[in-house]
Design a protein around this ligand. Sequence first.
Ligand code: DX5
Ligand code: ZN
Length: 217
Amino acid sequence: KRNTLIAPSLLASNFLELGKEVDMLNRSSADWLHLDVMDGRFVPNISFGLPVISHIRKATKKICDVHLMIEEPEKYAEDFKKAGADILTVHYEACTHLHRNIQQIKGLGMKAGVALNPHTPVHLLENVINDLDLVLIMSVNPGFGGQHFIPKSLEKIRQLRELIASSTAHAVIEVDGGITTENAGAILDAGANVLVAGSTVFSSKDPEATILALKNA
Ligand code: DX5
Ligand code: ZN
C-alpha cells in the first residue's frame, strides 16, 4: 500500500466559512493544507495572501504548503515564513536566480519546492534537484481551479521520478490541477507522492470521504 499525501487546495473552499473549512480539514485525513497565492501578474488571477495565511496557521497544526504563483517571490519569502508557511514553492518560470531563491527558502527554515508549468520540461531542474524538498508538477495552467488535467503531465511525472532516482535527491513529487478520484490512481502509478485537490474535495457532498478516497486511490 502506498503512502499518499493529500493536500486539499483552499482556493476552492467557501471563504466566508474559512474557519469551518479548516476545522473540516483538521478532522479529515488530509496531510497538508495547500495555499495558492496569486498576484495577478505571474498568473491572470488574484487569490489571497499573507494575512489570510497567518489566520489559517493559527487554526491548524497540519503542514501549510504554500504555492506562490507570483513574480519576484524572493521579496516575500521571509514574510511567508512569518505567516507560518512550512513549505514554500516558487515557480521555475518566475525565478531568474532559482538556485539562490531555493537557498533563501531553506535558510529561512522552510522546505523548498519548485513548480513547473505544463510547458516547462523536467530536465531543466537537473542542476538543482539535489537541493529540493519538493517538485510541483502543474497539471493545468496555473491561475484557476476546476480545470481539466493535462494528460502529458503523466509523462513528466515519470521523467521526474527517473531524475530523482538517478540522483541523490530526496524531493517528493506533488501534482496540482484537475485531480479527481478517477485519475488519482494513474497519477500515483506514474510516481506522484502528494496530490493537490481543490474542486474535487470542496464541491463534493462529503469532502472528508473524498479526501479519504484520494488517499486510498
Ligand atoms: C491552480 C492552483 C491549484 C488549484 C487546483 O492554479 O495551483 O492548486 O486550486 O484546483 P483543482 O483541483 O480544482 O484543479
Ligand atoms: Zn496550487
